[in-house]
Design a protein around this ligand. Structure first.
Ligand code: SAM
Ligand code: DTB
Ligand code: SF4
Length: 339
């Protein structure tokens, strides 16, 4: 295959993670496929790349909640919006380790620590490094999302044992200014570069349902798929509308369009863990089941995301059992039970 040739030929065998370049038009063409055709192709690619078909369980913990100086229009933790989220100080290492232990006992294999920062301050780094080191020592995969990083900070986190860094591009470049004004797209790309240079694995995705067009959803996926290499983990968040944020009241996205986004992520980043992320609580079981069929193979698992709700862990165990989906870790699921 020629370099930069359209990757839309499905006869082409799936290559390594540094795959092809995806023009936005080609990604859009996937979105525009008849639904069943898109789902069929996505499921085929999924099976080729994940023959075990297991679902990864990642548990989130907000280690520093609220009071953030940024103006992300979706975020309940931005200090400037009146959302009822109180600014708290960073959790103690002990509290984080207790939460990580509980997550591990519940069957999570990855533990993701999130902070409402534009970027970590020097004085915060040592404590975060201790958290990472000790969570890693518990046998969990570690992930952190702390905002923009300098190269040296990324290296320090890597040295502490961090496996993944989550830093989302969130939307297409041309829609970014509609959502955030306190930083720009290039800032995000720069941090992703530092994360790669430090040898960390990348968890990078975005949010849909913010009023963007289908072309802009395709633009986000193209940005992610064209990162070289593309991210190992791709969280696809559905906007959780929070009262007090500028995006509250945005016209809701058609749930099938969300499913399409998952399918297109699977087709363009065949070896990535595609995470069905925020918004599951509002989604219902049938839409989630379609997302798994479309190639999602990771979820946030635990009763809370950062400040908003997530399905109860018990309900997730029941759903996964109902769908006959295996998990990467060991969970006590009641096979066949219906609720
Ligand atoms: N402050 C850091 C940053 O922005 O990178 C890390 C935490 S921030 C809360 C992590 C991600 O959560 C954001 O990039 C965004 O994709 C997602 N997020 C925040 N609020 C959300 C919402 N209301 N609905 C869906 N996703 C949201
Ligand atoms: C990601 O892509 N989604 C997560 C995680 N990475 C940090 C966060 C979702 C946050 C949803 C809103 C909240 O709970 O505050
Ligand atoms: Fe701050 Fe992150 Fe929320 Fe933006 S998404 S306001 S940077 S916590």
């Amino acid at each position: 295959m020629q370099q930069n040739a359209s990757p839309l030929n499905f006869q082409t065998p799936v290559k390594a993670i540094e795959a092809e370049t995806w023009p936005v038009d080609d990604v859009l063409a996937l979105f525009d496929l008849p639904f069943n055709e898109l789902m069929f192709k996505a499921q085929q690619t999924h099976r080729d790349n994940f023959p075990d078909g297991d679902v990864e369980l990642a548990t989130l913990l907000s280690i520093k909640t609220g009071g953030c100086e940024e103006d992300c229009g979706y975020c309940p933790q931005a200090a400037r919006y009146d959302t009822g989220v109180e600014a708290k100080k960073m959790l103690d290492v002990r509290e984080v380790l207790d939460a990580a232990k509980a997550a591990r006992e519940n069957g999570a294999t990855r533990f993701c620590m999130g902070a409402a920062w534009r970027s970590p301050k020097e004085r915060d780094m040592e404590k975060v490094e201790t958290m990472v080191r000790e969570v890693k020592a518990m046998g969990l995969e570690t992930c952190a999302t702390l905002g923009m990083l300098k190269e040296e900070q990324a290296q320090r986190l890597a040295n502490a044992g961090l496996d993944y860094y989550n830093h989302n591009l969130d939307t297409a470049p041309e829609f970014y200014d509609n959502v955030i004004s306190t930083r720009d797209y290039q800032d995000r790309l720069d941090t992703l570069g530092h994360v790669r240079t430090a040898g960390l694995k990348v968890c990078c995705g975005g949010i849909v349902g913010m009023g963007e067009s289908r072309r802009q959803r395709a633009g986000l996926i193209a940005q992610l798929a064209n990162l070289n290499p593309y991210p190992e983990s791709v969280p696809v968040n559905h906007l959780v509308q929070v009262e007090g944020t500028p995006l509250h009241g945005t016209d809701p996205l058609d749930p099938l369009e969300f499913v399409r986004t998952i399918a297109v992520a699977r087709l363009t980043m065949p070896k990535a863990r595609v995470r069905l992320s925020a918004g599951r609580r509002q989604m219902g079981e049938a839409v989630q089941a379609m997302c798994f069929l479309a190639g999602a193979n990771s979820i946030f698992y635990g009763d809370k995301l950062l400040t908003t709700g997530n399905p109860d862990a018990e309900d997730d165990r029941i759903l996964l059992a109902k769908l006959g989906l295996k998990t990467r870790g060991k969970v006590e699921a009641k096979a066949g039970s219906c609720k």
